[in-house]
Design a protein around this ligand. Sequence first.
Ligand SMILES: Cc1cc2nc3c(=O)[nH]c(=O)nc-3n(C[C@H](O)[C@H](O)[C@H](O)COP(=O)(O)O)c2cc1C
Length: 204
Amino acid sequence: MFYETRERDKRLLPHDPFKAIVAPRPIGWISTRAKDGRINLAPYSFFNGFCSAPPIVGFSSEGAKDSAAFAVESGEFVANLATLNLLHPMSETSAPLPRGDNEFLHAGLTMAPCRLVAAPRVAEARASLECQVTETVELRSRQGATMDRYLVLGEVVAVHIDDRFIKDGRFDTAGAQPIARCGYQDYAVVERLISLARPPGAGG
Ligand SMILES: Cc1cc2nc3c(=O)[nH]c(=O)nc-3n(C[C@H](O)[C@H](O)[C@H](O)COP(=O)(O)O)c2cc1C
């Protein structure tokens, strides 16, 4: 099958497969604190790391949602790791609550203080990244039109790891069972790793 994006045959592919192809996507479970103290928590799967030194992560908001708005106005956010044991509460925090309603309370999650940023982290998360916003990019279509989509990038300034998932000086990714977003209503779980040394001289 081939199709130009704008000409997808909706009888053959009723749902856009884009998110099922760009998959699995890690989930940035973003907690923020507005300047006036309102707390927010929501999952973002247009999320990733973009650089290791300095460590930069970013999430993309389709519309000026609370997470992006609060991160931009406060200059801070926390990216919490979503894991299989937190699948349901993570999903609950995507509910469209009125602006400023605290999704921690809605999903029965515990707020834990951060050290370098004012936003709380998810106490139940097996890892959390404290971030300071470095830039916000308003995404554009190929014609240059802005479309109310915002990529918020932040430098990781502090890291929390649940000590149970540190093994032999490494974060036990498979043991922590991160979940990742695929297309439709599907998620993937990381439970098995394969290791491969890089070719000699390969950087990065
Ligand atoms: C697993 C998952 C991933 C999501 N990823 C995104 C995303 O990348 N961008 C986005 O705009 N919304 C995404 N959403 C929807 C938001 O979480 C949802 O709109 C939420 O209400 C936004 O909350 P906020 O306004 O408090 O930030 C996702 C939802 C789920 C369940």
